[in-house]
Design a protein around this ligand. Structure first.
Ligand SMILES: [Zn+2]
Length: 234
């Protein structure tokens, strides 16, 4: 009798697990990433794990209908980049300004998910309109952290990061990190919401809350720190 109960319990558990997987595969660590799914518990880690795997990452962009040009590898040593992509302008999509930026594929993929699931919903809810342009300070830059002469190289050195300066709305209004971060208004609420939302998509998110070096931008990167790797959200 006891083993029958045990068997029934096991079957029930399997059934619940199966149902869960069907409904929210993005919340499970072993399912394949699909950019069409909503953001789940493991979406950020799966995106970071695409570092060094341009073929899988680009296949995901293709599958999601994201237009891009694959860049040729370039740079050397600590500053070699291997999987940069330039997102192409698409109707209805947010434009990056300047448009010439080519971040790593995992950063580009996360930017699209951020746009779809975080930035535009927050803009609609808090500001009553869409974002038209995301202004940034660039991605690739062969430098060490904080531009120092020694120490670790920045994720920017491999184009695995992007610095977001602000947003232009449909009506032309600008919201910038440097001018609108502080305060209680809707613009500040919008910036905090999109910063928080980025944390589920990027390994590292640094905002003015972190330090003065980030008073005018959000640093977003996809540093791959392995299974036990920490994630920064400040
Ligand atoms: Zn940065």
């Amino acid at each position: 009798m006891r083993w029958l109960i045990l068997l029934a319990a096991l079957l029930a558990l399997l059934l619940v697990g199966w149902a869960f997987m069907q409904k929210r595969p993005q919340d499970l660590p072993w399912t394949t990433l699909d950019l069409a799914q909503p953001i789940g518990l493991f979406t950020g880690r799966k995106l970071a794990a695409l570092t060094g795997d341009p073929r899988t990452c680009r296949a995901l962009l293709d599958q999601a209908g994201i237009a891009y040009s694959a860049m040729l590898p370039g740079g050397e040593g600590h500053c070699a980049f291997r999987d940069s992509v330039r997102l192409k302008p698409m109707p209805e999509a947010v434009a990056l300004s300047p448009a010439s930026v080519a971040p790593s594929c995992p950063v580009a993929a996360a930017l699209k998910l951020w746009e779809w699931h975080v930035v535009q919903p927050a803009a609609q809810r808090l500001l009553g309109q869409s974002v038209r342009t995301v202004a940034h300070f660039g991605s690739y830059s062969c430098r060490r952290m904080y531009g120092r002469d020694s120490g670790d190289f920045s994720e920017h050195a491999t184009a695995d990061a992007i610095d977001i300066a602000g947003f232009v709305l449909e009506d032309g209004r600008r919201i910038s990190v440097v001018n609108d971060w502080s305060g209680e208004g809707k613009n500040a609420a919008f910036l905090r919401t999109v910063r928080d939302g980025a944390c589920g998509l990027f390994s590292t998110v640094l905002s003015p809350d972190y330090n003065a070096a980030h008073r005018d931008h959000f640093h977003l990167d996809q540093a791959e720190r392995g299974a036990t790797g920490w994630r920064a959200c400040r």
